[in-house]
Design a protein around this ligand. Structure first.
Ligand code: GTP
Ligand code: MG
Length: 424
């Protein structure tokens, strides 16, 4: 539920801030100042009250019919109708901000907030100019419901492995080429992608595909996966897998989904369910199509020329090569030779391979790459940034180390010693 600032609504409704606050007082709604935010529901309520005060009241007085007493709980339907009626008459009213009944301090705060809002709008407009990026998809679901099989099917049918003469490394993510463009799949266990990566504040997946076996329906880990996706506010698609089996019952899966408030489209809801078989490939093309559609709605964009930003997907140590880290490029372009900092470690990108195992020199947004160059293994979910040179990398790390030590010291300090309590 989105929240709206009080002064924004006052402005929108063309009423004074003081009047707005008195309406809130009447409703018993708490606020700190005109820059406090209120819930959308409340806004509707206020709009209704303002509309009533303006136009509807005289109309009511003209009727002979006794009007039913207005209830405490305002009916939103009526409110919206009233609002629509007054929409026209409101246009030529000027926002009464001149004698708004605000202190100089409040007015200054208001100006600052308005400037902030304008900056936000400008940033959003600038973002709309950026090129689209491929969606990053994670696959989650209950044990044995077919996550790996589904990924394997997509990988084998949609990834043209480069025969570079080398062994294709496990990268933890791969790119599929679909008729609608590139789709990136993270094939580290989906839960990991959500828990460990999100625990560090990064969100790497744009879309979650919940795999549910048609012969087994909802299971504990299915619910868990759904909860993860909901917590991350990531759009979900449901792949009802194993429809090739005789005992498959996709309708039961759909009915079961309604019991946890996920109502499939053919039940009148908005949850997209796609019947698939990782064995025969049935429905996989549809699933990819829905992924592209969902991505389109999400309007995913990134600046390939902007400042580089990435996340560690996973890393491992190869006996010969050393540390191999999979990085998801999220913003900007990563290049061989770049200095990267992860936590308190840095490394220079010595070599870079794409998810098909081919050597590459640079990688743009939504590209998973495996890089060679860190001396220590970074953990999944850690954020990766770039510095101009080695010196800058060391400085950044020194700053982080100092901050960490300070925090550790602060935590160690006992609040009160025994002497303090007992006195001299
Ligand atoms: P975990 O990684 O253990 O959680 O399992 P998973 O979800 O990755 O399942 P996996 O892909 O390993 O599949 C489990 C079993 O189901 C395997 O024996 C697969 O062959 C089988 N299986 C997966 N998808 C299908 C399908 O579409 N149809 C049929 N008939 N069997 C399938
Ligand atoms: Mg698996």
């Amino acid at each position: 539920m989105s929240k709206i600032r009080i002064y924004t609504i006052a402005k929108e409704l063309g009423i004074e801030n003081a009047e707005m606050l008195s309406i809130l007082d009447d409703l018993g709604i708490e606020y700190k100042s005109v820059s406090s935010t209120i819930e959308e529901d409340t806004v509707e309520l206020i709009k209704g009250i303002v509309a009533e005060g303006r136009g509807s009241a005289p109309a009511v007085a003209q009727t002979d019919q006794p009007q039913p007493e207005k209830q405490e709980e305002v009916n939103t339907d009526t409110v919206q109708n009233d609002q629509a009626k007054t929409e026209k008459s409101r246009v030529d009213q000027t926002p009464a901000q001149a004698d708004s009944g605000l202190s100089a301090e409040e007015l200054a705060e208001l100006a600052e907030l308005e400037a902030e809002e304008a900056a936000e709008q400008a940033a959003a407009a600038a973002r709309a100019e950026l090129p689209h990026r491929a969606p990053v998809v994670t696959i989650m679901g209950h044990v044995d419901h077919g996550k790996t099989s589904l990924l394997d099917y997509i990988r084998s049918s949609k990834v043209a492995a480069k025969e570079a003469g080398g062994i294709t490394q496990h990268v933890g993510a791969f790119e599929a080429k679909t008729s609608k463009g590139r789709v990136v799949f993270i094939d580290t266990p989906g839960h990991e992608a959500f828990t460990s990566i999100r625990a560090r504040g990064a969100n790497v997946a744009d879309i979650a595909v919940i795999v549910i076996a048609a012969d087994d329906s909802l299971m504990p880990q299915t619910r868990e996966a759904i909860a993860h996706a909901q917590a991350a506010k990531v759009p979900m698609l449901v792949a009802i897998n194993k429809v090739d089996l005789a005992q498959a019952d996709p309708e039961r899966v759909k009915a079961d989904l309604t019991t946890i408030n996920l109502v499939p489209e053919d039940y009148g809801g908005d949850v997209i369910t796609v019947p698939v078989s990782a064995r025969t490939g049935e429905g996989v093309e549809d699933l990819l199509e829905y992924i592209s559609l969902t991505a389109e709605l999400e309007d995913l964009r990134a600046d390939p020329k902007g400042e580089f930003g990435g996340v560690i997907i996973e890393s491992r140590v190869d006996k010969q090569a050393g540390v191999l880290a999979t990085v998801m490029v999220q913003e900007g372009t990563l290049k061989v030779g770049d200095f990267l900092v992860v936590g308190e470690n840095y490394g220079k990108v010595k070599a870079m391979t794409d998810s098909a195992g081919g050597r590459i020199k640079e990688a743009g947004p939504s590209t998973p790459v495996q890089i060679l160059g860190f001396s220590e293994s970074p953990s999944s979910g850690e954020l990766v940034s770039r510095t101009e040179n080695e010196h800058a990398a060391r400085e950044l790390i020194a700053g982080r180390e100092e901050k960490r030590r300070e925090e550790e010291e602060a935590r160690k300090k006992p609040k009160l010693s025994l002497d303090d309590i007992l006195g001299p």
